[in-house]
Design a protein around this ligand. Structure first.
Ligand code: SIN
Length: 505
């Protein structure tokens, strides 16, 4: 049986950094924040190891940060979105510090800042070496739990968006752990559901994060931007774990070297910047060494050695759990799905193409990351654009139109999901081609016929179809059959448009 609830405020789906900061910024508006998992679990923000990039140093400016972001984005960044991110970044970091996020400090009380690949300045604000995500997230959770305008309910998973007769989004149909369905109507709805790492067999993100927010918005008719642009982190620990533990790129920033089984440092033969080459270049180099049977290992024994446990405690714990001692032993690594640059197309304040539906964080696409995200810009994006979306929620006018009854979209059975994840890694992964993407799309269409299209399949279809249509290589999207670039253009697409193109083909 489905029950209906009219909530006297706004609805936020997702409790990562974007959802939490939006909830705080919506004050004094009443906010109902829903999460499938207990707060702090099941979201990528808490797993971030790098930190937050922001021009906080005397030698740095927002313009320099913007320039690095735009270069990384390989021609597809929206310059207005980048300007907002980099201009509002320093205040976003200070605001999180004010909430209690324990950023590493210099002896004079400033933010100590690290350097990461493709940043022209040391501008990464960190916490305890590699613990930024968890520490920042915990501070914001504490603030949310203390905020009288926010109600948090966990154990609820969104199964559909509610819409009125005019297509306006009026809330969500959610499912409780006991299977009960509840239609929750609200003045406005923000999706902050994270990325889609769990669509891939090898991912650094929680498995449960598999494009469901993106898929729900797409199934409701929202415009989706750049779904083909997926970032693969070069160095996940290749220890058979699912998800794969991340070995932060700060390790390479500190001098760790990539070697093959023979001990040869191979990066110089792929790029003059070697270990500090752009993330997609390093990922393809490692993939190529692995495919050739040479193996790939991250060797931090000389660069970090005995300091490993206190400089990189999270990576050290993951390595130890896998029986490795990175102080004295190189660690096996492989690329893993890490971040989705594409998402629900939004303006600079989180508004999607559907009235009363907003999106922020990794499930959204403001265009800020272009074709490739610059390291440590993701937590920053969540905080900056989450806060901006929260201000829109605060002022949202309840349309007071009744939502139409909704039914849950079909779920993909577990066995089918396992096969889909393998196929996504193989055919829509680090290196793609027309043959593999066509095969994958055929598999997705078959699953669609067998099980019906729910949000997970919709997300997979968007990534795959748009990767097939993009006949060039750019940023995170590499086609071995189209290795060069064409004139830059972003993708804006709906599921209906994909269906129409398929029928016309
Ligand atoms: C890392 O620490 O290598 C990941 C940071 C990021 O993805 O921004």
């Amino acid at each position: 049986m489905t029950t209906r609830e009219q909530y006297d405020g706004v609805l936020i789906l997702g409790a990562g950094l974007a959802g939490l900061t939006a909830a705080l910024a919506a004050a004094p508006r009443k906010v109902l924040l829903l999460s499938p998992a207990p707060l702090g679990d099941g979201c990528s923000s808490a797993w971030a190891q790098g930190g937050m990039a922001a021009a906080l140093g005397d030698d740095d400016t927002s313009a320099l940060h913007a320039q690095d972001t735009i270069v990384a984005g390989a021609g597809l960044c929206d310059p207005d979105a980048v300007a907002v991110l980099t201009r509002e970044g320093p205040d976003a970091v200070r605001a999180l510090a004010d909430l209690g996020a324990p950023f590493d400090r210099t002896p004079t009380g400033g933010f100590s800042q690290g350097l990461e690949a493709a940043h022209g300045r040391a501008r990464i604000a960190k916490v305890g070496g590699d613990g930024a995500g968890r520490a920042i997230h915990n501070a914001v959770i504490a603030a949310v739990l203390a905020a009288p305008h926010i109600e948090v309910r966990t154990g609820l998973r969104a199964r559909s968006l509610l819409q009125d007769a005019a297509g306006r989004v009026r809330g969500a149909l959610v499912e409780a752990e006991d299977g009960a369905l509840i239609e929750i109507a609200a003045a406005a709805t923000l999706l902050a559901t994270g990325g889609l790492g769990g669509l891939y067999a090898v991912t650094t993100t929680p498995r449960e994060v598999r494009g469901e927010g993106l898929g729900l918005a797409a199934l409701a008719g929202a415009v989706i931007a750049d779904p083909e642009f997926v970032q693969f982190h070069p160095t996940a620990l290749d220890v058979g774990a699912d998800p794969a533990p991340l070995a932060t790129e700060a390790l390479r920033g500190e001098g760790a070297i990539l070697r093959n089984t023979d001990g040869r440092a191979f990066m110089k033969s792929y790029h003059p910047d070697a270990e500090l080459a752009p993330r997609d270049v390093v990922a393809r180099a490692i993939q190529s060494e692995l495919a050739a049977g040479h193996g790939a290992f991250l060797d931090a024994t000389a660069a970090i050695g005995a300091a490993f446990p206190h400089e990189f405690p999270a990576v050290f714990a993951a390595a130890q759990a896998a029986g490795l001692d990175p102080r004295v032993q190189p660690m096996p690594v492989a690329p893993a799905c890490h971040y989705h640059m594409g998402g629900i197309a939004t303006d600079l304040d989180g508004r999607s193409s559907l009235p009363s539906l907003l999106a922020a964080g990794e499930c959204a696409s403001t265009g800020v990351h272009g074709a490739n995200r610059l390291a440590s810009n993701s937590l920053l994006e969540a905080a900056v654009f989450g806060t901006r979306a929260g201000a829109v929620l605060r002022d949202a006018i309840d349309p007071a139109t009744p939502p139409l009854p909704a039914t849950p979209w079909p779920d993909l059975p577990d066995g089918a999901l396992v096969g889909l994840r393998q196929a996504m890694s193989q055919d829509a992964g680090v290196v793609r081609d027309g043959e593999g993407l066509t095969r994958l799309l055929g598999r997705i269409e078959t699953q669609r016929e067998l099980y019906g299209e729910g949000p997970v399949l919709a997300a997979a279809r968007l990534v795959t179809s748009c990767a097939l249509e993009r006949r060039e290589s750019r940023g995170g999207h590499f086609r071995r059959d189209f290795p060069s670039q064409r004139p830059a253009s972003r993708t804006f697409v709906t599921l209906a448009a994909l269906d129409a193109r398929r029928q016309a083909a």
